[in-house]
Design a protein around this ligand. Structure first.
Ligand SMILES: [Zn+2]
Length: 275
């Protein structure tokens, strides 16, 4: 169980604080979660198998690793690394990416990971703008389609019916969330507005180095921390894989284990703030 009393007194001072401007607007953090094409040639075997897996008594609590945008060509390498390090994680996957990678979905499920919904085609669900710049009209039916088609693709590939969703770019509003809730999906944000939200966006898709990912993440490791990485990307994914050992080393120092159970209130309170 998580030690919330302990967590409450641990300062987390290195978080990026997002300005609370435009309180009536949908929440979009421009830097977060850009779609970067995965080029052939990525995934050429980054790093050795894990040498120092999680091994402690969990007295410090639990951390949840999350990976977005897959399944992709680098996802098997992520799964290898997680297996070696003893990490159960949560994957937020796009329905359109599942076709042809059903075996990866089945493998992730078999290895104890949880699969959540990251929409079908990775649009901004609040504006309807797709990664290619085209735009859909945002209606309840369109939103429902983006989420339901993804659930259907994941279930067809062997995953349990998803109970969690993460909106692309963290772009969400009450209209999006109401449709998601109708489908039984609970919001898990990729970042939080405040340090105490305890959601660490590694910004791995923004060209940062492995060391920067480590430096962003390790100071904030404590009970309840949610870490956002990407498995459905190219170099970003490889950099995150390479960061895992140092993160696990710190978790062992702090007696932290990994869990694929996402704590309650993983919303970053964005809906409370923006409505
Ligand atoms: Zn994404």
């Amino acid at each position: 169980m998580r030690n919330r009393a302990k967590a409450a007194v641990v300062a987390a001072s290195t978080v990026t604080v997002v300005a609370l401007a435009g309180a009536s607007q949908a929440v979009v953090q421009e830097h977060s979660d850009r779609m970067v094409p995965v080029t052939d040639g990525a995934g050429t075997g980054s790093g050795p198998a894990a040498e120092r897996p999680l091994s402690n008594d969990c007295s410090g609590g639990h951390v949840t690793f999350t990976f977005d945008d897959g399944p992709g060509r680098n996802t098997p390498e992520v799964l290898d690394a997680l297996d070696g390090l003893g990490i159960d994680a949560v994957f937020f996957w796009n329905g359109r990416a599942v076709e042809g990678r059903e075996s990866t979905v089945a493998r992730a499920v078999a290895e104890g990971h949880v699969i959540g919904n990251h929409s079908y085609s990775h649009p901004d669900l609040t504006t309807g703008v797709l990664p290619d710049g085209s735009e859909e009209t945002v209606t309840a039916a369109w939103l429902r389609g983006e989420l339901q088609r993804t659930d259907d693709a994941l279930v067809a590939a062997g995953a349990p019916d998803p109970a969690l969703y993460r909106p692309p770019y963290g772009a969400v509003d009450t209209r999006v969330d109401e449709v998601a809730q109708e489908l039984g999906l609970r919001l898990v944000m990729p970042w939080g507005l405040r340090a105490e939200d305890n959601i660490v966006d590694t910004r791995d898709t923004e060209g940062v180095t492995t060391q920067q990912i480590i430096d962003t993440t390790t100071p904030r490791l404590r009970d309840g921390t949610i870490i956002t990485m990407h498995d459905g990307q190219g170099q970003a994914t490889l950099n995150s894989i390479a960061a895992l050992q140092a993160i696990v080393d710190t978790m062992n120092e702090r007696e932290l284990c990994a869990t694929a159970d996402v704590r309650e209130n993983a919303t970053g309170r964005v809906l409370d703030t923006y409505g």
